[in-house]
Design a protein around this ligand. Sequence first.
Ligand SMILES: Cc1cc2nc3c(=O)[nH]c(=O)nc-3n(C[C@H](O)[C@H](O)[C@H](O)COP(=O)(O)O)c2cc1C
Length: 191
Amino acid sequence: MKAVAFNGSARPKGNTARAVEIVFGELKKEGIDGELVNIGGKPLAGCTGCNKCKANKDMKCALKDDGMNSYIEKMASADAIIIASPVYYGNVTASVKALIERCGQVARANDSFLRHKIGAPVVAVRRAGSNFTYAAINFFFGIMEMPIATSSYWNMTLARDPGEIENDAEGIKTFENLGKNIAWLMKKTRG
Ligand SMILES: Cc1cc2nc3c(=O)[nH]c(=O)nc-3n(C[C@H](O)[C@H](O)[C@H](O)COP(=O)(O)O)c2cc1C
């Protein structure tokens, strides 16, 4: 079994990436591999509404030059999908929004191939907007018919500069428990 995590931060070693590492640490203890894919900080267009994915039904987005199709392939081959985002102006980053729009449209055009894969959001926030961001990611999992893994608190860390997550003991515990719960759900539903 395999988990993939998409990090929408432009900082590959920021708080969001570290939060995913903590989740992956728990998955590893259960023999589950994790792949972290950094999608932030590079051009990633939103959906153009061209509907070519619905016409072609080839598991691909018609915008082929920004790597989105490789992200779609990674989603298709994973059992669990983590979408991780720092809060930017009270919501997900633009990169995560583009991922949701285009992978979502391609999935719906292709027999909803995300159905029954496990989803989990991961959020890093300095101060405000984490609940909304957490919910925005869960709305995606909801419409994709994906069971959502939860934790002992909502999956977020209060941190600003890279590394500040290490001062947030409750956040770290939350991500550890999230990893344990993703593994539990994977074994129950995907084993
Ligand atoms: C463009 C931008 C917008 C941000 N907007 C918010 C915000 O709305 N609320 C907040 O609490 N923090 C906000 N932050 C702070 C980040 O969420 C915070 O620093 C987070 O830890 C960054 O995660 P990273 O290290 O993975 O990039 C913003 C940061 C940037 C760069």
